[in-house]
Structure formats: structure tokens, C-alpha cells
Design a protein around this ligand. Structure first.
Ligand code: TXA
Ligand code: MG
Length: 328
């Protein structure tokens, strides 16, 4: 009996390891694998193989109108996937790749429509994580990789997070340690002469503007695939969340049942009910901590989460965007 239970459990748990060869073997045979990046962990499969792409959508329970990002390790490999690389895209790629920036470019017809949900542009980035860069260098195809979480839930920033939520859907997770940025990539595209940011993320708006001048920010909630990005209700920690003055909002709530997600201040609630994003008020540190903080709030005894907006500068803009979506 025990061995039957053991065998059953084994079937439902992915192996977490650092074997790049094993990841390569699985991906080359059309399987999907958890991979580390500097932003969040991805759920990867061959971006040119429709069956592998379907496995990704299905494991995440993600609607097929929400397209996937393709990851490669060099600009040379991208030239086969896109019609052209505009001058401003080259400037951004030179400055930020490898790194947390995704660029939308007109796709070649050989790129499966399933990857881009029928849109004319493909989303591409070169991630900045040594393990995944090595893996990509050894593969002769790009990797489609959305964040490795069930659709609508918080993105994973450790291999264990992937295991907790998708461990029964995949057999291998490549471990690259905790994510150094902690927020998904920023997404940019070009509309005429405008550079448009469709998702605030790990590359600061200020840094992008240093390279291409002022940008349009178009991150409004949408479920329209033509307006890329993110559905309004996303990053759900599975609890009601109120963003505002924590001290004031706490007054009318039972402390034992209230979770607190603050920038730096400690509040008068049980210790296990609160997370401080950065005691030194460092926005980069807060970005690294935000998703694990939202996960920590997912405890049965917590009924309401109180959070506050961070200063709207640097990565604070992207953190506030995620908080706003988590609170819907
Ligand atoms: O940092 C990241 O970008 C992570 C890591 C794994 O690279 N990936 C990630 O993927 O966050 P995902 O699928 O969770 O979010 C990608 C976003 C989605 O909101 C999607 O709508 C948008 O990018 N997107 C992907 N392809 C697109 C396209 N062709 N046109 C417009 N939006 C696109
Ligand atoms: Mg995602």
C-alpha cells in the first residue's frame, strides 16, 4: 500500500534540479519544463512547435487569446523570427538585453499564430540568467515561456513556487535560485514613431526613456488581445485586498485575521500576518519580495489584506501596477 501511495505521489511531483541536459532532452522531445529567469520562473516549451505551445496553455489553464513571449539567447537567432528590427528596437536591445525587457516586433509567417494568439507581432526577449542562457544556447529553437503560474495567480519567483502550483503538470523544473528582479519584464512596442510600454515591469520607464526619449504608457486593464498585456484581475492572492492607509484601515478590522503588506513599517498584528517589502525602503528589494509577499498572504486565517502604494518611481511604478491588479 505504501509503495502505491509513494508511486502516486511521485507522479504528481516535478523533479527540481540543475541538470541542463535533462531540460534540453525534455524540451527537444516536445515536453514543457519550468525554467529560471531573472524576472520570474517561466513554463517553457518549443516556441515553434504547436503541440508544445498547446501544452503550455493547458498546464496554465490560460486562454489562447493571451499570447506567449519567445526567449532566445542572441539577436542573430531573432532575425529568423521577425520581419525587421527597427532602429529604436536595436537601441533598446543593445542597452537592455539580456535583461527584463520584452520587445514586440512584426513576426515572420513561419512563427506559429498560436504563439502570438493570431497577432501580427511576436514578443521576444533575451533573459539574463546564466542557466537559461546556457540552455537556450544549446537549443536550436526559441522557448515560449509565460510565467509558470496558473492563469490569474501570482508569478513564481522560486523553483518551489513552480512546484507548489504546477508540479503535477510537469516533470522537471530547472532550479536557478530566487529571481533577482522579481517582477516580469517590461513590454515595449512601436506604433508609428511612438514607443509604447504595454506592461510596466523589471526595466524602469526612466531607463527606457534615457535610450529612446519619452514613451507612451498604455497599460490599461484589458481583456482585448489587440491591447496586449494584462487582464485587470490578476496576481490574485486569493483574498480581499484593500490598498490605502494601512493604519486607518486596520482600525475597523480584527487584527488576527488581517494580513499586512507594507513598504517598511511594522504594524500591530501577529508577526506571521505581515510582510515588510523593504525595511530600508529600497524599491528594487521591494520588487524582489512582492510576489512571495502576496503568496504569504494566502493563509486560511487571513480574511483581508491591507497594502499601500509605494513611491511611483523606478520599479515602484510596476509594483503599484501589480498591487492594483491583485486588489481587483
Ligand atoms: O519576465 C517575463 O516576461 C516572464 C519570464 C518568464 O520571461 N514571462 C511572462 O510571460 O511574464 P507572461 O505570459 O506571463 O506574460 C506575457 C505578457 C502577457 O500579458 C501577454 O499578453 C503579452 O505578454 N504578450 C505576449 N505576446 C504578445 C504579443 N505578441 N503581442 C502583445 N502582447 C503580448
Ligand atoms: Mg504571467
Amino acid at each position: 500500500m505504501r509503495s502505491i501511495i509513494f508511486a502516486f505521489q511521485k507522479l504528481n511531483v516535478a523533479t527540481i534540479g540543475s541538470n541542463i541536459e535533462e531540460a534540453k532532452r525534455l524540451l527537444s522531445s516536445g515536453e514543457i519544463v519550468g525554467i529560471p529567469t531573472e524576472t520570474v520562473y517561466g513554463l517553457a516549451g518549443n516556441a515553434l512547435d504547436e503541440d508544445a505551445i498547446l501544452k503550455i496553455y493547458s498546464a496554465k489553464n490560460r486562454p489562447k487569446f493571451d499570447p506567449l513571449i519567445a526567449h532566445t539567447d542572441s539577436i542573430e537567432k531573432i532575425t529568423n523570427l521577425v520581419k525587421e528590427i527597427p532602429e529604436k528596437a536595436k537601441l533598446l536591445a543593445d542597452r537592455f538585453w539580456p535583461g527584463p525587457l520584452t520587445i514586440l516586433l512584426e513576426k515572420e509567417s513561419s512563427v506559429p499564430d498560436l504563439l502570438t494568439s493570431g497577432l501580427s507581432r511576436i514578443a521576444i526577449r533575451i533573459p539574463n540568467h546564466p542557466t537559461t542562457v546556457q540552455l537556450l544556447a544549446e537549443l536550436d529553437f526559441p522557448l515560449a515561456a509565460p510565467s509558470a503560474n496558473p492563469f490569474g495567480y501570482v508569478s513564481p519567483t522560486s523553483a518551489q513556487h513552480v512546484q507548489d502550483q504546477l508540479g503535477d503538470k510537469i516533470s522537471y523544473i530547472l532550479d536557478g535560485g530566487p529571481c533577482k528582479v522579481g517582477l516580469e519584464s517590461s513590454i515595449v512596442g512601436f506604433e508609428g514613431d511612438d514607443v509604447v510600454i504595454y506592461r510596466l515591469g523589471g526595466t524602469k520607464v526612466e531607463s527606457i526613456e534615457e535610450v529612446v526619449g519619452s514613451v507612451k504608457i498604455q497599460v490599461n486593464e484589458s481583456s482585448n488581445p489587440a491591447a496586449p498585456g494584462m487582464l485587470k484581475s490578476h496576481y490574485s492572492p486569493g483574498r480581499k485586498m484593500i490598498i490605502g492607509d494601512i493604519e486607518e484601515n486596520l482600525q475597523s478590522l480584527p487584527k488576527e485575521r488581517t494580513g499586512i503588506l507594507s513598504f517598511s513599517r511594522v504594524y500591530d498584528v501577529p508577526e506571521q500576518n505581515q510582510v515588510i517589502l523593504s525595511s530600508s525602503e529600497d524599491l528594487d528589494e521591494a520588487a524582489r519580495n512582492i510576489f512571495s509577499a502576496l503568496r504569504k498572504m494566502d493563509q486560511p486565517h487571513i480574511e483581508v489584506i491591507l497594502a499601500e502604494y509605494l513611491p511611483s518611481e523606478g520599479l515602484g511604478k510596476a509594483i503599484n501596477d501589480r498591487l492594483r491588479r491583485a486588489a481587483v
